[in-house]
Design a protein. Sequence first.
Length: 242
Amino acid sequence: MEVIITNEESIGQLVADDITNLLRRTPDAVLGLATGSSPLRIYDALAEGVSRGELSLARARGFTLDEYVGLPEGHPCRYRTVIDEDFTSRVDIDPAAIHAPDGNAPDLDAACLRYEEAISAAGGVDLQILGIGTDGHIAFNEPGSSLASRTRVKTLTEQTRRDNARFFDGDLDAVPMHCLTQGLGTIMQARHVVLVATGSGKAEAVHHMVEGAVSALWPATILQHHPHVTVLVDDAAASRLQ
Ligand code: F6R
């Protein structure tokens, strides 16, 4: 695990540079896309790179990490909507090449299985962008998740629902109780994992992920077993590292 401590502004550009290099080597690379605040500067930098003609995502493909269960199509907090706004609509990627778990499927377990199959059929994820929750979750693999888990339905913890209420106008009751999420075993199959975290609220989770014992209680610790992980943090998120 390589840990880079830098400022928030540089994080987005550094990851965008990695993605640019990947796409030069492999124009149809498969990107793993996170939603939330953490990846926004990466998507900004990619959008700027595309507008300057420095990279093209025209042949790239993408898989999002997770989705709330039961948010109607077009709901502003639905991750499919969020990724379209934050990323897809701002770069030259084909919207049909972006895949997301279907949180409205009549059979959610079957939708999870289909998602796993779609990732495999695409040849797996080349570069997975991750944020981390204050409780150490990655995607929506909350504490206690099986370290070998695959895409499945999960119940969100109270902590994560509180953390995410800010996207729902502060209304905790509006935050769904359930989600579909790639599993830790799914994420571990990505060829390169890039995790970004900023702010003191992430410091404890970053400390456990980098220096703690591998445990389902801090799901991100599984990344210690991945052969190619890059962690980019600002000073505040790195403040509990020894
Ligand atoms: C989002 C996701 C989550 C977030 C995490 C951090 O697709 O999978 O694991 O990365 O909750 O969220 P932010 O970046 O908003 O602090």
